[in-house]
Ligand binder design. Structure first.
Ligand SMILES: NC(=O)C1=CN([C@@H]2O[C@H](COP(=O)(O)OP(=O)(O)OC[C@H]3O[C@@H](n4cnc5c(N)ncnc54)[C@H](OP(=O)(O)O)[C@@H]3O)[C@@H](O)[C@H]2O)C=CC1
Ligand SMILES: O=C1OC[C@@H](O)[C@H](O)[C@H]1O
Length: 383
């Protein structure tokens, strides 16, 4: 068997998701039946050298399933860097992973691309569409790989749900509802927290919105009957203000998928827990598809018959829970990135830039129609 292609990562920032993402790079790929690609961490950049070093030291002491990669040398050459730029300039780094708050994504991704690095950027891609368009233009001009890290797209359950829709058993989609709600106990958080601070892109829309959106893209936009793939229209929006900082506590938006004759309502909520048994409901002519909570990493979906209608006859339940041995579930996207870069692709077919643009345009529409303090905020495109 040929040796796997090993992708060399540079990690930008040392917060929550950067930690989980880097841990998952250390999980044995064989746990997810992968043997063609592998990952090593070349550098970690932080605003402080101490934080970068602490991040690496903590990873080196991580338990299984992360200890596997540590024992096999995935962190042996990892350098702690006192600035992000040093990671962008490191000749040993192939690709930069960006885990900073959303209002920093554009400047961080732009600097990495300008230094000639491939880029994977956490969701939501950017603060606004203008920022995203500038990144896409730079990546295309420099022939570099660029992708939004919407991990859910790469989970086995996402492919399984799409297989059901492709089989035609549910018929034409009619109506869609998706919700990402989480009681974040906002009163206990300082107003400087990234979920609350407008200057860090606070509010539920940008933080949570990618998840009701990803399922709308996978089940409706990519539905086999949606042949023209016309971007859906945002036909209505509503935001509830969180008074301490003026960001959105709740956001709702309605989408119209004209060719399908289907409508969807998408919601985010930072004050209330998700309904466990149905974060996403896709109602079709012959039966319904229900995806359990949490929508960013659901384990289970159901196919549910309609009452008094011929079509799906029996309820069935499909379990794709990601086992703990596979880590947090972020390595699937990392594997896809490694294959794309190995094969010289500048865009990931599973997470196309045009689809990131569509979702980003929904966020712009909801924010600009709303009343939050971020309504008229502009990103850093052109700066
Ligand atoms: N895919 C997923 O499941 C998840 C994705 N996310 C996304 O990841 C991004 C980061 O979220 P999360 O990890 O929770 O955030 P954290 O606050 O935990 O970490 C953000 C990191 O960004 C760096 N940073 C740079 N500038 C600033 C600044 N002005 N203020 C605060 N931090 C700064 C810091 O690292 P340093 O000090 O080292 O420079 C900090 O630790 C967001 O875009 C979020 O939407 C978040 C959670 C889950
Ligand atoms: O991506 C995410 O998923 C889990 C949420 O709790 C978090 O706020 C968000 O960034």
């Amino acid at each position: 068997m040929a040796a796997p292609y090993t992708l060399r990562w540079g990690i930008i920032s040392t917060g929550w998701i950067s930690t989980e993402f880097t841990e998952d790079l250390l999980v044995d790929p064989a746990t997810r039946n992968v043997n063609d690609v592998a990952h090593v961490v070349e550098a970690v950049g932080s605003r402080s050298l101490e934080s970068a070093q602490k991040f690496i030291d903590k990873l080196k002491a991580a338990p299984e399933p992360y200890a596997w990669g540590v024992a096999r040398g995935a962190l042996d050459k990892t350098k702690a860097r006192a600035s992000y730029q040093e990671v962008y300039d490191d000749p040993d780094v192939d690709v930069v992973y960006i885990g900073t708050p959303v209002t920093h994504h554009h400047k961080d991704a732009k600097a990495a691309l300008l230094a000639g690095k491939h880029v994977v950027c956490e969701k939501p891609f950017t603060f606004d569409l203008a920022e995203l368009d500038e990144l896409i233009a730079i990546a295309r001009e420099k022939k570099l790989f660029l992708m939004e890290a919407v991990w859910t797209r790469f989970h086995p359950i996402s492919y399984a749900v799409q297989d059901v829709l492709a089989s035609g058993v549910l018929g034409r989609p009619r109506r869609y509802a998706a919700d990402f709600s989480k009681d974040f106990k906002l009163e206990t958080k300082p107003i400087s927290h990234r979920l609350l601070a407008p200057e860090l892109g606070g509010g539920g829309l940008l933080d949570m919105g990618p998840y009701p959106s990803v399922w709308a893209m996978l089940t409706l936009h990519q539905h086999p009957l949606n042949t023209k793939r016309t971007p859906p229209k945002v036909v209505n929006t509503y935001q509830t203000i969180y008074s301490r900082t003026g960001v959105d506590a709740r956001s709702r938006w309605v989408l119209e998928f004209e060719e399908l004759g289907a409508e969807g309502i998408l919601m985010t909520d930072m004050l209330c827990q998700n309904f466990k048994e149905g974060a996403v409901v896709l109602q079709c002519e012959e039966g319904d598809l229900v995806i359990e909570s949490p929508p960013q990493k659901p384990g289970v979906f159901h196919i549910v018959p309609h009452e008094e209608v011929d079509g799906v006859k029996e309820r069935s339940t499909h379990d794709y829970t990601i086992p703990a041995a596979q880590g947090h579930g972020l390595a699937f996207e990392a594997d896809a990135v490694a294959r794309c870069i190995r094969d010289g692709q500048t865009e990931c077919p599973r997470m196309p830039l045009d689809e990131s643009r569509i979702v980003q345009s929904w966020f712009d529409a909801v924010r600009k129609n709303g009343r939050t303090v971020m309504r008229d905020m502009e990103g850093t495109a052109g700066k």
